[in-house]
Design a protein around this ligand. Sequence first.
Ligand SMILES: *[C@@H]1O[C@H](CO)[C@@H](O)[C@H](O)[C@H]1NC(C)=O
Ligand SMILES: *[C@@H]1O[C@H](CO)[C@@H](O)[C@H](O)[C@H]1NC(C)=O
Ligand SMILES: *[C@@H]1O[C@H](CO)[C@@H](O)[C@H](O)[C@H]1NC(C)=O
Ligand SMILES: *[C@@H]1O[C@H](CO)[C@@H](O)[C@H](O)[C@H]1NC(C)=O
Ligand SMILES: *[C@@H]1O[C@H](CO)[C@@H](O)[C@H](O)[C@H]1NC(C)=O
Ligand SMILES: *[C@@H]1O[C@H](CO)[C@@H](O)[C@H](O)[C@H]1NC(C)=O
Ligand SMILES: *[C@@H]1O[C@H](CO)[C@@H](O)[C@H](O)[C@H]1NC(C)=O
Length: 787
Amino acid sequence: MYPFLVLFILVVISSICKGQHANLCNVIPKDLYIEMGSDIEVLCQTSCASGKIFWTLNSRPIDESLSNVINSSLTVLSLRTFTHHNATLQCHSANTQQILGGTTIRTYTKPSKLSCFFHYKNQHVDVVPHLFTCKWEHQMNSSLKIHYTVLYASLLRPSYTEICSSYVTTCTSKDIDLSDKVHFFGNASVIVRAKATAWEAYSNPYEFDHYDILQMIRPEVTVTAFPDHLLVEWTRSPSTRTCHCQVKYGKAVSDRTPENVQSTTLDPSQKGEYTIQSVESCTHYNILVRCALDKAPWSDWSRETTVLTKLNKSDVKLHLWRKVAEPKKNAIRNVHIMWTEIPSTCQGTFTYTIQQTPYKNYMTGANSTGSLCYSSPCDIDVNQDAHRINLTVFHGEILLTEDSVYVPATVESLLKVTDLQTSNLKGVILVSWKAPLQPVSGYMIDWTHNGNQYYWKESKYTNTRLLDLLDKKPYNITVTPLFGDKTGHGTQALQICSRVGNPGNVTIISVEAKDKSAILSWSTRSQEECSGAVINYTVFYGTQKGPTLNVTVDYTKQDLCLKDLDPDTQYSVYVKATALTGTSKSSERLFKTKRYDPRLSMALGVGGSIIIFLVLSLGLCCAIQWKKFREKPVPNPGHSSVALWSSPSYQKGMCHFQPFSNPPKSIYDQVYTVEPQRAPTSALATDCNGNQASDQAEEHTDPVIHLSLDAEDEKPVELVETQHLCCPGESTSLLSSGNSSFTPYRSQGSVETPAKQCKCVPVKQLEKTAPVTVYVTLDMFEQGQSK
Ligand SMILES: *[C@@H]1O[C@H](CO)[C@@H](O)[C@H](O)[C@H]1NC(C)=O
Ligand SMILES: *[C@@H]1O[C@H](CO)[C@@H](O)[C@H](O)[C@H]1NC(C)=O
Ligand SMILES: *[C@@H]1O[C@H](CO)[C@@H](O)[C@H](O)[C@H]1NC(C)=O
Ligand SMILES: *[C@@H]1O[C@H](CO)[C@@H](O)[C@H](O)[C@H]1NC(C)=O
Ligand SMILES: *[C@@H]1O[C@H](CO)[C@@H](O)[C@H](O)[C@H]1NC(C)=O
Ligand SMILES: *[C@@H]1O[C@H](CO)[C@@H](O)[C@H](O)[C@H]1NC(C)=O
Ligand SMILES: *[C@@H]1O[C@H](CO)[C@@H](O)[C@H](O)[C@H]1NC(C)=O
């Protein structure tokens, strides 16, 4: 009975299981990873539900036509070119809206655009390449860590072998020449595998011929300069294959890579060489070369080679020109000769010779005078006749080239251009003119900003643009027509600035403030020659609080009366000059208006001054009257008879009479006539001169020098003492002031002279005579002077 029981239980369990299974609902497969853009089929088991079902992808219903009902328990959904990165797919019962099951679908992409090349570790030896580098692209929207492996298969080893792996989309295998996995024979194929934890993807295979992906080594270049070309040569491996190369060259300009690229194809046995034609003379050129096998990637550019080109005679353009000055008195004219020199980069020595030939002898070549000019410009003199000026250039001993230019005679009727017009635009001067009536071969335009340095150029047309001018400089421009081997007369344009700047600096010269007005004056000074002409001035003024007012005056005025100001208020003012080309401002100036009308205070001042003057005058009158009154009691010796003075010694001694009748020298002589007798009275002599006069007197025999030294040595104080001794009536202040300017040569018409003489009077008196009392008054001197 037990076996039956066991069987029964098994049947029940199996029937239960079967029943459950029958009622199961689900979506399979779960957690899908598919390749982006691939097709996919998903099943929905619908045993547990009845009726129709529908699908949603990221909660959006899917078109019913994609769903295919197999039988009551199974529905298949087919999705084509699935492109969602991450999607949730659900299966719903249409009757109950119940979710029967779901799955997530994520996509990955496979690596694409795989390319590889062989290259050399050592750029000098190209036997077997050491390096094999592959690159590919792989679009990943997550930061998933992916392990890439490069697999290689070749004719000799057809199964894919790992040769390199990395976590980035490039991978270089080193020392492949040592590995046995790579064989330079026939075609090979590479694929890259991307492996994440949940999926693995392979790129499409990349098939190649080894030589099609072999990058050549960088060529070694040598360049040789010839007068008319450059020969570029480079190394290439003795290969059995054709290669093509590129030569890149250009003038050596710092921070700029050469722009010209020329290609050349070399046959298997051909040497690497290329000729660069039409290079400029005496110019540094940079040259680079790279090469590649037929389909292979380019090698690296060779190292840059710099070469200096040789001078090609046909490149020498002297552009000889001349400026003829106005004739001087003797009809000699200075001719300023200029030409374009051979660039200093050219190797060798170049000698320039100028020859001037009167034009009438030019054809025969006679009568030329030569002069050596080391450089341009060069000045020579010619007379009033027409001349031809020749310039010859020697390169060492060899005649390189020559040029000539015509200097017309002083009186020669020649062609001229007319209606010469100039204008400036952003630092460029445009020049235009009208052609003369006769046909001309061209025009020479020359211009200068300082009269020393000239620039010149030829034009075929009746207008030209002068470029590279100095900013804000006035230019003198002359246009001369050329015809045949002669030149016409030049026509000079009005001086024109390359650019006109702001007006000159405005400076406020003065502000005269009154109580309710102020007179402002200013000036404009321009440091630059090309400052803009002022059209009008605007004066801005105002108090600190108040609004800023403005007054505009035209360029003719440089002063202005500011009216309606408040008294006793501080104002600030500045002046702005406006020109067509800009403006310039003066610095701000502060001024304060007066409290009262200055005319009132001036009237008050004048009145006060008059009163003070009157008072003072009155006082002075009184003082004079008082003095006169005081002086009366003193007897005036001038009015008395002086019999005593008839003695000759006294007449000599009376210095105050002498200077007015005799030359002063005689007075000084007198001083020294008494010298031998002075020894016993040296103490008194000291008193007179204010210092040790006796010793000095013996040393100096020239009386003039002696006195001049004395005068210098004397100090005002000493002199005052001395003079007290001599002239008790004198005012000391008068004497001391007179002393400072005393010289022995000054003799007459001054009060100090008698004072000086006076000091000697007592010496003689003491020596020879008994003391005599003498009264001297100022009036006496006055009388003496008037005699
Ligand atoms: C439904 O079809 C599937 C596949 O064809 C089959 O395995 C399954 O037994 C069928 N179910 C029913 C109930 O017929
Ligand atoms: C070698 O590969 C190239 C493509 O790189 C192909 O054109 C060529 O036919 C292949 N040669 C052979 C022998 O398969
Ligand atoms: C100078 O260059 C020109 C071309 O630019 C060429 O024809 C000529 O031969 C060159 N002269 C010399 C001396 O090489
Ligand atoms: C120049 O030539 C003239 C005649 O053509 C001759 O008289 C004169 O002497 C010559 N002068 C010189 C310096 O040779
Ligand atoms: C330009 O020409 C004027 C007018 O002829 C002349 O006065 C001035 O000196 C010239 N300036 C220079 C720099 O040559
Ligand atoms: C001052 O000159 C400028 C420039 O020509 C002009 O725009 C402006 O109107 C003038 N101002 C007055 C007040 O004339
Ligand atoms: C000058 O003042 C007037 C008003 O008086 C004002 O309209 C004008 O903008 C001022 N001009 C300037 C340049 O400030």
